[in-house]
Design a protein around this ligand. Sequence first.
Ligand code: G5P
Ligand code: MG
Length: 224
Amino acid sequence: MRPLRALFLGAPGSGKGTQVSRLVRDFPHIAALSSGDVLRQNIVRKTPVGIKAASIIEQGGLVPDETMVNLIKEELSAHNWLNSKASWLLDGFPRTAPQAPPLDALLKEYSAGLNFVVELKVPEEVILDRIENRYVHLPSGRVYNLTFNPPKVAGRDDVTGEPLSKRPDDTPEVFKKRLDKYRDMTMPLKEYYDKQGILKSIEGETSDIIYPKLKKLIVETFHD
Ligand code: G5P
Ligand code: MG
């Protein structure tokens, strides 16, 4: 397969993390990074960024663009993604229009520009139902849902057996705010990528409906 450098857009709870983990399972050479996971790991480690981000995230706000750009740039180089051979998936960054050009400029230096941006479109009423039942394994970012994909042992991560936790921003009030923010912030970002001709969208009420469509699109677009 040709190198894939993808960005996942989609409302909170639309299943970005779920799709990304399925792709990584089916295509082991593809790496993945979620900006939300990076922030949550910084919060656990109590880094300066984590301390600043904690209250913003809890209230359903967005971390400042400059902080995000610097944080993700560091991650990209730490993961050895800055070369034209690597295949990777970004989940949740860029999320505002001002975050996109600095990423483009950096990737261009390595001839490794984004070549696939996909928005997952899931009806909002379907999403709201999912969130109350979400549990996460913070160190890995693995996501569970008590009805859709429950852990094998209640309250424990399938791989490590470590305890699962609830995200503080998954309350109904904060979640509503995050959905509103997504609608406002993403329109200009989508326009930005649409102009580059790399924006796709996939609709579906469940992740099981979306995944085969996503996988097919990627295989067709990136096969040798
Ligand atoms: P995050 O962590 O990026 P969001 O809000 O973008 O958070 P989120 O909530 O992580 O997105 P997701 O990854 O799209 O959602 O969805 P998911 O976790 O895969 O699925 C949601 C739940 O539904 C799970 O429990 C899953 O098991 C279940 N599920 C999946 N599919 C189905 C299905 O078909 N059926 C059912 N029944 N269930 C299903 O960002 C968090 C915060 O960090 C900051 C912001 O404050 C943000 O709010 N942040 C940034 N700030 C500024 N700029 C950035 N670039 C930032 N990035 C993060
Ligand atoms: Mg996520």
